[in-house]
Write a protein of this length. Structure first.
Length: 65
């Protein structure tokens, strides 16, 4: 599950398609994966960091205002 999620998010990042709305939805999914033991805590943290650090710049500005 970890590798699949990571590859999917990396492709979104490369294409510049990682929006704040998408990231918020994915946080819910990876939280569910963690609760159901499909991800371990370290994998969850890595994916969460990948998602939050790479949100498109214009989306970060909207959120911070």
């Amino acid at each position: 599950m970890f590798e699949t999620c990571k590859k999917q998010y990396e492709r979104k990042i490369e294409r510049g398609l990682l929006t704040n709305e998408y990231v918020e939805k994915q946080k819910v999914y990876i939280g569910i994966f963690l609760m159901n033991e499909l991800l371990i805590q370290e994998q969850y943290q890595e994916i969460l960091e990948l998602l939050t650090v790479n949100v498109k710049a214009e989306d970060k500005e909207v959120v911070s205002q």
